[in-house]
Design a protein around this ligand. Sequence first.
Ligand SMILES: Cc1ncc(COP(=O)(O)O)c(C=O)c1O
Length: 349
Amino acid sequence: MSETAGQEAPPPEFAEIRAAIARIPRVDIAIRNTPLIEAPNLARVLGGPRIFVKRDDLTGVAFGGNKLRNLEFRLARTMQENPDVVIVGLDLQSNSARQTVGACNKLGLDTILVLEGARPNQVQGNLLVDYLLGAEVHFARDRAEQRRMLDQIAAEQRARGRRPHILNDNPMFDVASAIAYLETMMEMLEQLAAIGVRPTAFYMSSSGKGAAGFEIARKLFGGFAVHCVTATSEFDVPARTAKIANETCEALGLSLRLGAEDITNFTGFVGERYGVPSEAGNEATRLFARHEGIVLDPIYTGKAASGMVAHIRDGRFTKDDVVVFVHTGGSPAIFTWNQLWADGAGATP
Ligand SMILES: Cc1ncc(COP(=O)(O)O)c(C=O)c1O
């Protein structure tokens, strides 16, 4: 049964979890709640369950995405040190970097990015937005050089009388992400309950952090499956997810503990490797765009959507089931991969 006659009250545990989250320092950055909308055309084309899309790409700052939610906790911690400039080392085309610069702008902080990779001839996608947002951007050959540059730039800033904060040294990334997505799950369960719909399964791109929040929610509230699809095969995601979930429970004062066996991850949709679009991901990206006007990205959300599409086509769900796809952002990447779409990648023959 996916549908109930009317509106259901949220489980009593929600208030308790929200009270625990409210004890963690936080700044206001993201637009919340984000919309949860039905995708009937996609459901019809795939011939499977009802599909809803959680528009967490619409969190409102610098093209939005999942990181703005966790930045509320991470930057609250940062602000306790009273910095005036945040220095952060991330990947060349990082969604996280873009959202960090946008969030810092809202807090009146300057941002210096040290991105791993060479400056491309064509500045596109997230990097283009980083420049637009006013970040000072440096490029590092590898992780080791990136670390050296973070420390060196911080020292230079200090010598100029500024108060730098290296965000990579902020210990909250994992736990803040899990808390943010535990909260997002409660938000979605309430949105679904308000329209009398019971979810069967949630699909999301996650390599451990957001997934940890969803798995905690599943253990606490039950009644639905969490299907996180990884964008990388570089590490043991279930073990990492369980570790982050347990650190998060500890931070929130919850007695719950999870093991790797509690985590359902789908690692089979990465394609060639992290950061390289897959054919199935491109097709899923096209399907969302063509039938619902929703723009995914070929690195994270497109691949996660390809997992959901494959499972629906495999007949895992009935027409009475309800599947929720969580759009975690990342759409500026379509411009980085512009030739793909111009060449018709993912188009159904
Ligand atoms: C668009 C998008 N989706 C999902 C993820 C995965 O998030 P996490 O592994 O932190 O849950 C990322 C991470 O950078 C992302 O940029």
